[in-house]
Design a protein around this ligand. Structure first.
Ligand SMILES: [Zn+2]
Ligand SMILES: [Zn+2]
Length: 528
């Protein structure tokens, strides 16, 4: 049983299968077919979910195309079909295919990768990724057309100042406001596109909003341009796509409807005028132009929205934290696994900063042989009861079960206290003031500072220094033990986000708490 969510894909897949001289059934209301008599059926999940009573037989395998749409909610259409077929075969196998295994806000579609690392949460729709075909491989082995990326030397949009929702998306009104103040940019971008398109056969333009798309269309030749948006009626949409595929029209403008599964092999120019939230979405859009076609040598890719993704970047699985971050490799000091996180490199290619939280390596439990995620954390909140390291967003200690103090409560309490000082820390310095005595000073954006002293000849003092800083090195590496002050490389230490100090009658401000890896609602200082 081959399932997918749109009739175009049902038809496309069935045709591909039959091109091998095989016969398949097709079950899709949109295609006016309700057949189930062949060994292999291509079906739309909506049609099948409405006809569960007809699914009264044994299937050994379900294949889901574009499987990132599968939700584990029991009442979802995919789950209805799956549990129905499981009644006839408890050992039913499920295989998913997708080019976007990770989506912002939804996370990874699978739990474990076949190279031995954890990606998704427990309870992800799929247990294991069993095979991955990187874009680079597909292009160098001529399964896909090489992309030809051109940097437009003209004004482009910058969406990066806008706020995003939990799915990493911008609101339509925010984007419209920004675009409204850039109407000259849109006009000159389209002029640029028209010049570049002269030697091209099919041009797909990805717009940010419906209003934006309509403006774009108004600058393009009327007889050669069509627009597809979410509200476009099916019949009209089919007609437009058919005319585009037969090259009657050259420019196809769309607003987030033709990103996946759309297949027009002659497309040889992709113009991106919208923000893309993740590497894989960017790759999906570009992928619309990489199909092989006769007489097509490359596909021109122009990103007018400053998305700045590398087509061959691995998916990091987190929102890009800022525009100058890139995927970096961080070896886990615990298990040695090479993690890919967002981060920054120096000129020698060394990691100087990264945004990873927890190692993604897989370890096998020595007792029951089950695989589990490595417990090493690069950023963590320490439990004040047992000292265990927890995720920075944890509310309850995973080790002792105690409720963890909310850093926001600590800050609020300190801010309400006259005798307390809260320093929004943006950096730190350290100097050796006596042999083996280190004075560490934390300062804020306005230049205020507080300091504390660590005496390395004192075991307890050395221990506290180690506990604060050793596991949070900017490079992601770990320190065995600092025995003396000279071994400490201050430039690699991560400063806390907040320092709380209390007024002491005799000694002035004394640091009472430091909040590292803060993940709450107060603003943190820019440390770059
Ligand atoms: Zn590890
Ligand atoms: Zn604990």
């Amino acid at each position: 049983m081959v399932l997918t969510h749109v009739k175009e894909l049902v038809e496309q897949n069935a045709q591909k299968y039959e091109s091998y001289g095989l016969t398949a059934s097709v079950f899709s209301a949109g295609l006016n077919k309700k057949e189930l008599d062949q060994q292999v059926t291509f079906a739309s999940v909506q049609s099948l979910a409405r006809n569960l009573d007809k699914l009264n037989t044994f299937y050994s395998l379900i294949i889901i195309d574009e499987c990132h749409r599968v939700s584990t909610a029991q009442d979802s259409q995919y789950m209805q079909v799956i549990s129905c077929l499981k009644r006839y075969n408890p050992k039913l196998m499920l295989l998913g295919l997708t080019a976007t295994p990770y989506r912002l806000g939804h996370g990874w579609i699978y739990r474990e990768h076949y190279h031995g690392f954890i990606r998704g949460e427990e309870g992800s729709p799929f247990a294991k990724c069993i095979y991955e075909l990187p874009l680079r491989y597909m292009i160098s082995n001529q399964y896909l057309t090489p992309p030809n990326k051109l940097d437009p030397a003209i004004e482009h949009y910058d969406f990066s100042s806008l706020a995003t929702d939990s799915l990493g998306r911008y609101s339509e009104s925010d984007m419209n406001n920004l675009l409204n103040s850039h109407t000259r940019a849109t006009k000159s971008i389209i002029e640029h596109i028209l010049v570049q398109a002269e030697s091209r056969r099919g041009v797909m333009i990805f717009a940010a909003t419906v209003m934006h798309a309509k403006e774009i269309v108004s600058y393009l030749p009327v007889n050669e341009t069509e627009l597809v948006i979410g509200d476009t009626e099916n019949k009209q949409r089919d007609n437009i796509i058919a005319r585009f595929k037969s090259k009657e029209i050259k420019f196809l403008v769309n607003v987030s409807v033709l990103t996946t599964g759309f297949d027009a092999p002659h497309v040889d120019f992709i113009a991106i005028l919208r923000p893309t939230e993740s590497v894989s979405l960017y790759q999906q859009i570009v992928g619309r132009g990489l199909r092989l076609d006769e007489g097509k040598d490359d596909c021109l890719i122009i990103d007018y929205a400053g998305n700045d993704f590398d087509l061959f970047h691995p998916e990091v699985g987190a929102k890009k934290p800022n525009s100058d971050s890139e995927p970096v490799q961080v070896l886990c000091p615990g298990c040695g696994f090479a993690n890919t996180f967002w981060g920054k490199l120096d000129e020698q290619g060394k990691v100087v900063e990264h945004y990873g939280r927890r190692c993604q390596g897989v370890l096998e439990d020595e007792v029951d042989g089950e695989s589990m995620q490595c417990d090493f954390r690069f950023k963590f909140k320490e439990c004040s009861h047992c000292g265990a390291e927890n995720d920075i967003a944890a509310r309850q200690c995973h080790s002792c079960g105690e409720i963890m103090a909310d850093p926001d409560d600590k800050l609020r309490d300190a801010l309400n206290l006259k005798s307390a000082l809260v320093l929004r820390c943006c950096g730190m310095t350290a100097e050796v003031i006596k042999p083996q005595v280190l004075k560490v000073t934390y300062f804020d954006e306005d230049g205020a500072d507080v300091s504390e002293v660590y005496d390395f000849t004192n075991k307890g003092s050395r221990y506290y220094f180690h506990r604060n800083f050793a596991k949070r090195l900017k490079s992601g590496s770990a320190v065995g033990e600092w025995k003396n002050v000279e071994e400490v490389n201050i430039t690699l230490l991560s400063p806390p986000d907040f320092v709380i100090a209390k007024q002491h009658k005799k000694y002035g401000w004394q640091i009472s708490d430091k909040l590292f890896d803060y993940d709450g609602s107060y603003r943190v200082a820019d440390k770059s």
